[in-house]
Design a protein around this ligand. Structure first.
Ligand code: NAD
Ligand code: LMR
Length: 336
């Protein structure tokens, strides 16, 4: 009972953050559990009734985080794993969430050199130990780290495109929050589909598809789009050298993980934007793209088309595609 009511409080104001309706429960691993995102994310996952077992791994600090989180009085068991215990941490997991890596000081692309090899090595371990797991990539730059995970799993002969997700939920969370502020409504009425990728111009909010968003025009529209695209910068600046978004990201990561778990458990109609291997722009050489995706018992169930776009959104999409293509190619080249 506690888990359910606590989950409802956490869920406010969005609907159905943590649903406890399904019977199947799941072992979830967090790789990078000792970090700024990893710690609150582990706490939120401990509070998700759909998680049976939590496996917390980091190159430093995960056993301590696990001991701490394990005292929370929800049903799941929690175990922490030290740097040399990655394979043990991955045994039997159905979902792996990866927030491992460094946060940025300047642009997300600056992180590439450090995070590319971290993500590649973690993906290789997942491919070796739990090749059927669903992998949720948080580590930046997401536009490149997701192709790196795909390429690594492809090399190992175990890539399943239905099981790989770049977590772009923070953009969706921000869009609802910021549109809600502009329109003077609750974020729950200001849901916005955000497509493309996860950095600056590759983030394309489809405001025209929301009844409040379509009335926002002119300078207010331009400012709102800019704030959604560069929301990460706001946090980086405010933290003044101490990192990037961690708490809102943990919230977004737990929200996406819960949506996936509901889909895996057979709930119908779970649809949310996420960055996946996608046919939508594959004819332009862009084979990963974030759009609304229906989540089902085997991960990606259906990739939805973008729907109708306004003239402004067409322009945003035109700016997104070449940048996204470069980012994806950079990730692919790293694995090749
Ligand atoms: P952080 O430095 O606080 O934590 C990162 C953790 O990763 C650390 O605990 C570190 O020990 C661990 N780590 C490093 N190498 C590892 C490895 N090989 N195996 C396991 N763990 C390892 O950073 P943070 O603020 O938590 O951010 C983590 C990443 O998430 C960054 O790349 C950041 O840019 C990204 N991020 C993504 C989004 C998004 O929307 N997708 C949002 C915010 C941050
Ligand atoms: C964000 O959007 O907040 C994250 O991608 C972190 C960052 O580097 O801005």
């Amino acid at each position: 009972m506690f888990a359910r009511s606590a989950a409802r409080i956490l869920a406010a104001p969005s609907t159905r953050f943590f649903s406890a309706s399904a019977v199947n429960q799941t072992k979830v691993a967090v790789l990078g559990a000792g970090g700024g995102i990893g710690q609150p994310l582990s706490l939120l996952l401990k509070n998700d009734p759909l998680v049976t077992s939590l496996s917390l791994y980091d190159i430093r600090g995960a056993p301590g985080v696990a001991a701490d989180v394990s005292h929370v009085d929800t049903g799941s068991e929690v175990k922490g794993y030290a740097a040399d215990q990655l394979d043990q941490a991955l045994e039997g997991v159905k979902v792996v969430v990866i927030p491992a890596g460094v946060p940025r000081k300047m642009t997300r692309d600056d992180l590439f050199n450090t995070n590319a090899s971290i993500v590649r090595d973690l993906a290789a371990a997942v491919g070796r130990v739990s090749p059927d797991a669903h992998i949720l990539v948080i580590s930046n730059p997401v536009n490149s780290t997701v192709p790196i995970v795909a390429g690594t799993l492809e090399k190992a002969g175990v890539f399943n495109p239905r099981h790989l997700f770049g977590v772009t939920t923070l953009d969706v969370v921000r869009a609802a929050r910021f549109l809600g502020e502009v329109a003077g409504v609750s974020p729950s009425e200001a849901r916005v589909t955000v497509v493309g990728g996860h950095s600056g111009p590759t983030i394309v909010p489809l405001l025209s598809q929301n009844q409040h968003g379509k009335s926002v025009t002119g300078e207010v529209y331009n400012k709102l789009v800019h704030r959604i695209q560069y929301g990460g910068d706001e946090v980086v600046k405010a933290k003044d050298g101490a990192g990037s978004a961690t708490l809102s990201m943990a919230y977004a990561g737990a929200k996406f993980a819960n949506a996936l778990l509901r889909g895996l458990n057979g709930e119908k109609g779970v649809v949310t934007p996420t960055f996946v291997k996608s046919p939508l722009f594959a004819d332009q050489g862009i084979d990963f793209f974030a759009s609304n995706v229906e989540l089902g018992p085997d991960g990606v169930e259906k990739i939805h088309p973008l729907g109708e776009l306004s003239a402004e959104e067409q322009k945003l999409l035109e700016a997104c595609l070449p940048e996204l293509k470069k980012n994806i190619e950079k990730g692919k080249a790293f694995v090749a």
